[in-house]
Design a protein around this ligand. Structure first.
Ligand code: PLP
Length: 396
């Protein structure tokens, strides 16, 4: 009845008015959490202190985590130093992420009004414990207050993984909130063979990935879990008179997000689970990873090209051996031809092409065709601009 009622907008934010919306979301996020083998702490269960919520995007999840962490550290410091003002504390706060983190992390710092520093990565584009430790020591010595670290599992440029088994214990010891952004890669953790990539999650305070990226759920659906939901609710709960009623409960997801109103997004997850089942979803992920590995083999077999980063999931970073200019021209020709579309990145100063397998209908023949197309355009280019490369190679 409510779903066709013209005043749905008035009611949908109150879980008392639409309890199925809140309840199904809690259950779906617990199911999904179990599929990822998240530690029990992150599940709501019946008595758990953690739980999941659907946000619109990974950007929102990072922002929510940062704001909750900000609120928590301010309260913690004021408990010991009641004379310190919130403004004074916030002016000293510093948040961290990988130098490979998505721009949304930097933006969260911008919106949250805190300093944001990028931690340098190693030769695998991964943040290691010693790199974070070094910056923390320098910042504490300078009188700053480290309070938030956003680790990335599956970075946007190259799908690299920060070393959360090293970073987590440091964050826990230093009372720094660790958020894990696995926007793309998170879907793969439902497969036992990829689950080790999530090791160290037990140290995190919050975790997020986008089922709308790679788990067949339509946009928007970004799944976020917290170990202690009181941290989030404590930061965002507002209860004006017009929202008070006789059935107040802590499960109201409006307290976990920026907007008040909510959509019934968990139904989308429910339908996908019912249609594919865990095995079907695992097969889907494995197929894409297999296709990416096939593409990697094709690239490796052509001496004119090189692979630019480890291929772990469905993304292949590759380039022609030669200058950035050469690769920029190749990308332009590929995208101008409008048969396939590639998005580039910079890795260690090199202009790199990214081949991402992510469409539901992608088959092996599409990957073969894409490679023939790329290889053909590369041959044309190298004939025209031989001075930009040193390698004589094979064609498709
Ligand atoms: N984090 C990572 C690692 C990403 O790759 C992306 C998008 O590509 C995002 C965050 C931003 O995702 P959203 O559009 O859900 O905010």
């Amino acid at each position: 009845h409510l779903s066709v009622h013209p005043s749905i907008h008035t009611f949908s934010h109150l879980s008392a008015a639409s309890p199925a919306c809140t309840e199904l979301e809690t259950v779906m996020l617990d199911w999904l959490g179990k599929m990822l083998k998240l530690p029990e702490d992150f599940l709501a269960g019946t008595e758990g202190r953690g739980g999941g919520v659907i946000q619109g995007t990974a950007s929102e999840a990072t922002l929510i985590a940062l704001l909750a962490a900000r609120s928590k550290i301010v309260k913690l410091i004021q408990a010991d130093h009641p004379d310190r003002s919130e403004t004074d504390i916030i002016s000293k706060l510093v948040a961290y992420s990988s130098d490979q983190a998505h721009s949304s992390v930097e933006r969260a710092g911008l919106i949250g009004g805190v300093r944001m520093k990028k931690i340098p990565t190693d030769n695998k584009f991964s943040v290691r414990g010693d790199a974070l430790q070094k910056v923390l020591e320098e910042d504490r010595a300078a009188g700053l207050i480290p309070f938030f670290f956003c680790a990335t599992l599956g970075t946007t440029p190259s799908c690299a993984f920060d070393c959360v088994t090293e970073l987590g214990p440091i964050c826990n010891a230093e009372k720094i909130w660790m958020h894990i952004d696995a926007a793309y890669a998170g879907s793969a953790f439902i497969c036992p063979e990829f689950r080790p990539l999530l090791n160290g999650i037990e140290f995190a305070d919050s975790f997020n990935f986008n089922p709308h990226k790679w788990l067949l759920v339509n946009f928007d659906c970004s799944a976020m879990w917290v170990k202690k939901r009181s941290d989030i609710i404590g930061a965002f709960k507002m209860e004006p008179l017009y929202l008070k009623h006789d059935h107040q409960e802590s499960g109201n997801h409006s307290h976990w997000q920026i907007p008040l109103g909510r959509r019934f997004r968990s139904l989308k997850i429910w339908f996908v689970f019912r249609m594919y089942g865990l095995k079907g979803l695992q097969a889907y992920i494995r197929k894409h990873v297999g296709l990416a590995k096939d593409f990697e083999s094709l690239v490796r077999a052509d001496q004119r090209f090189e692979i630019s980063a480890d291929v772990v999931l469905g993304l292949v970073c590759f380039k022609l051996k030669g200058s950035n200019e050469l690769n920029e021209t190749l990308l332009k020709r590929i995208n101008n031809a409008r048969k396939i579309h590639l998005v580039p990145c910079q890795l260690a100063g090199k202009f790199v092409l990214r081949f991402a397998v992510c469409a539901r209908t992608t088959e092996s023949r599409h990957v073969q065709e894409a490679w023939c197309h790329i290889s053909h355009l590369a041959s044309e280019l190298l004939q025209e601009l031989p001075h930009l490369t040193t390698v004589v190679g094979i064609t498709c």
